[in-house]
Write a protein that binds this ligand. Sequence first.
Ligand SMILES: Nc1ncnc2c1ncn2[C@@H]1O[C@H](COP(=O)(O)OP(=O)(O)OP(=O)(O)O)[C@@H](O)[C@H]1O
Length: 217
Amino acid sequence: MLEFINVSKSFWTGKQRKVILDRASFRVELGNSMGILAKNGTGKTTLINMVAGLEKPDEGQIIKNCRVSFPLGFMGGVISKLSAMENSRYIARLYGLDPDYIEAFCRWMCDLDEYFDMPVGTYSQGMRSRFSFSLMLALDFDLYLIDEGMPSTTDAEFNKRAGDILRERLETTTVLIVSHKPETLEKYCRSAAVLREGQLHMFDTLEEAKQLYDYEA
Ligand SMILES: Nc1ncnc2c1ncn2[C@@H]1O[C@H](COP(=O)(O)OP(=O)(O)OP(=O)(O)O)[C@@H](O)[C@H]1O
């Protein structure tokens, strides 16, 4: 279970205070994937980062009683001067998992050939995304955090392979997705919320959330 209790977050721009969340409370129960619809620049990444613990709230409490993933596409835990092979083994050890299994899974999943043994710093953006997404799928989480759906890679074969595994994984796990596109949420979420001017409007169904979101658009 993930719970936000009266969480507030804002940024000072030098001119004004940009409010991202104003005393927001919500709960994601395991087994009930949730989507948050929000327009560009309204705070999707900030919210996901707060769930992941990468960003601190100004006020309020974030309670996590389950294993929460890092956000899809997040490269912060990956060390650029190490290869994907070294990174995957290192991260496996951090999570107390079998390094041989994690390395083999990532090597197969991201299909980087000899680059898998070269420093991550030599990868293109798409290759980095493939590696970080593979790593996320290799580890076991109860709640997956997804910012705008699939990683930014144009490799159709990878997207299909990763998408198939993610869909399979979602049958037994839960996701929290933030997106500006209702279509992204349709695939995975039953309940949804709309984030607007710092207020989080909760709905039992995606249909209801879409009505408010579409009405505004
Ligand atoms: N550290 C910061 N200092 C000041 N403003 C910030 C900071 N981080 C984010 N912001 C601002 O907060 C707002 C929300 O940012 P965020 O990246 O969370 O939005 P988003 O909904 O994910 O955007 P997009 O859809 O464009 O990816 C933006 O206006 C951004 O400029």
